[in-house]
Design a protein around this ligand. Sequence first.
Ligand code: FES
Length: 151
Amino acid sequence: MSDDVTPGADAAPETGKPGTTRRTVLCGAGAAGAVAALAACGPKDNTGAKPASDLRGTEIVKAADVPVGGGKIDKATKLVVTQPTAGQYRAFDATCTHQGCLTDRVTGGLIQCPCHGSEFRVADGTVARGPAKKKLTEYPVQLKGDGIVVA
Ligand code: FES
């Protein structure tokens, strides 16, 4: 259900190039077929996370899967759970506040968006690098058993 996010991993799985995905390669390919390509170069996913009330009680990830100083993105809930310091868990809407792409990696203490390079701090979801200007929306969570659950 969840994607593995390893601190220090910096290669995009689709191309193997840091910060590059098949999507960014295709979208930067030029003007040929530009009209058709425009729709494909918009946000990958702009639906955002479900309202917190819909997720209350939902286990997002297992606590053991969230590295200290890093995080884990769950595509099903579109939330990213972070552990800024040992035993302290936080959760944020994984949808980028720039144009709505789903963030896809957590590396070096930053939640990263593949579309235009925005980065958000795992500690509080604030913007470390634009073009995004607004922080990620935080969701209250608690440790319940071995899972991180929306409170
Ligand atoms: S959608 Fe543009 S940086 Fe995320």
